[in-house]
Design a protein around this ligand. Structure first.
Ligand SMILES: *Cc1c(COP(=O)(O)O)cnc(C)c1O
Ligand code: SF4
Length: 437
């Protein structure tokens, strides 16, 4: 693979004196020489921190582990490292120890929606399967910060088997997301085993892998790994690029290998203060991603995990970014901006408003330029009432019946098959006063 900067040479020499740069593109050398303490970080980058800051940094690393691959470290601009987006994502900040009153250790209630080891089951038809607890680089903004890197919670073979059993015995699950930690940190044969077991389950239609490897350790995307993955189609991969500076010749090569193997690629970005909270930067990132055949998927509002307060932006910033993308660039460059609901409600999409007003036959809309326009609704549209009887319906779905697990929430209120007309919060004083409760 490509290895061209002098920084690599310098960093490799500082890490080990034995002409390590010759092994720079060997991912095992990279993980074996990941920088895990402040002193090595200082030495590798050729910088020093003032003693009082250093002391707090040491405490931070005790709470949330530090690990950076020499490759990712080599992307840092040493002359302005404090403002560098790579530095800020991989190096602890003294602010990580500041806990805000509304910070949560498990903001997404993943520990509660947890019916089997390694499984988070929140949506009707898909699960998160947490198969790994290690990452090549520990992101300072990680949601699962309290767990990731903790050797006590590395999933055992038995736990992985129990997770597979849960998926096997729940036929509603058609989509399995391997996550962690980073699933691509598993040995090829273990990952191959998990994917083979999932392939053998009839009701599992697709598998996805969420990984930051193409960003922080692109050399891990070896021809051997890619050919193993390509035997498990349909397999989707979601990467995690946050900044255009992360798209290097090496990461482009890794993406090319995956895309050439026919693996559809998506990207999830976390919106981070002082790292990528800029509409122009987000547009550049999206353009670079699609050039590499990666479809921007989600833009996440930074959540309420402890130690992340310095990374959080206003929600307005996310809406402003989307306002600057829809219409201004290709539709498939625009990610969906989401807030992962605290307490485990799942992802909630947020978009600027395009619907300005509505009468019984006309909608008033605005476009990205500020044009205000109308759409005349059809006078003769015949509403379709669904009785769940597909064989007798004119729409020709020809399914046996329309019994779906999806009759929940607002969709349930809209459904003709369910007479629920109201969703009422429990435990309100008004409900408690009711005598027939
Ligand atoms: C994000 C997430 C998913 C997948 O959501 P999609 O919108 O389908 O990408 C599934 N389960 C959990 C718990 C999640 O957080
Ligand atoms: S790669 Fe993902 S799981 Fe690992 S530290 Fe980064 S955000 Fe967390």
């Amino acid at each position: 693979m490509i290895s061209d900067t002098t920084t690599e040479q310098e960093i490799a020499d500082r890490i080990t004196p034995d002409n390590a740069v010759a092994r720079w593109t060997d991912w095992r050398w990279q993980t074996g020489h990941a920088i895990r303490d402040i002193t090595t970080f200082e030495r590798a980058l050729g910088i020093t921190f003032p003693p009082d800051e250093r002391e707090v940094l040491e405490q931070t690393v005790e709470q949330f582990p530090l690990s950076v691959t020499p490759y990712y470290l080599s992307l840092i601009d040493r002359d302005d490292y404090r403002n560098d987006p790579i530095f800020m994502q991989c190096f602890p900040s003294v602010q990580e120890l500041e806990v805000e009153p509304y910070d949560l250790s498990d903001p997404l209630a993943e520990d509660r929606d947890h019916p089997a080891p390694c499984i988070t089951h929140r949506y009707p038809d898909r699960v998160l399967f947490l198969v790994s607890n290690v990452c090549a680089m520990y992101c300072r903004h990680c949601t699962r910060k309290r767990r990731v890197g903790d050797v006590d919670s590395i999933p055992s073979k038995e736990e992985i088997e129990a997770g597979l059993d849960y998926i096997r015995t729940h036929p509603a699950i058609r989509d399995v997301l391997l996550s962690g930690g980073d699933p691509l940190m598993l040995p090829d044969d273990l990952l191959d085993h998990i994917l083979t077991e999932l392939d053998a389950i009839d009701h599992v239609e697709v598998v996805r892998i969420g990984t930051r490897i193409p960003v922080v350790l692109p050399y891990r995307i070896t021809p051997g790994l890619v050919s193993m993955l390509s035997r498990h189609q349909p397999l989707w991969i979601n990467t995690h690029f946050n900044h255009p500076a992360e798209i290097t010749a090496s990461s482009e090569e890794a993406l090319r290998r995956l895309a050439d193997a026919g693996i559809p690629l998506g990207n999830q970005t976390v919106l981070l203060a002082n790292v990528n909270d800029c509409p122009r930067l987000q547009r550049t990132l999206a353009h670079k991603l699609v050039k590499n055949r990666v479809r921007p998927y989600y833009l996440y509002q930074c959540d309420l995990s402890e130690g992340l307060s310095h990374f959080r932006t206003s929600v307005a910033k996310g809406v402003e970014i989307i306002e600057n993308m829809i219409g201004h660039t290709s539709g498939f460059c625009v990610p969906t901006y989401v807030i992962d609901a605290p307490g485990g409600g799942g992802k909630i999409p947020l978009t600027p408003n395009y619907l300005i007003s509505w009468s019984d036959h006309k909608v008033v809309l605005r476009n990205y330029e500020g044009v205000i326009t109308t759409y005349q609704e059809p006078a003769n549209y015949r509403p379709i009432y669904c009785e769940g009887n597909c064989p007798d319906c004119t729409l020709q779905l020809r399914e046996e019946n329309a019994e779906e697990p999806g009759q929940v929430g607002i969709a349930r209120l809209l459904s003709d098959l369910d007479d629920t007309s109201t969703l009422v919060p429990e435990n309100t004083e008004r409900m408690e006063r009711r005598t027939d409760a």
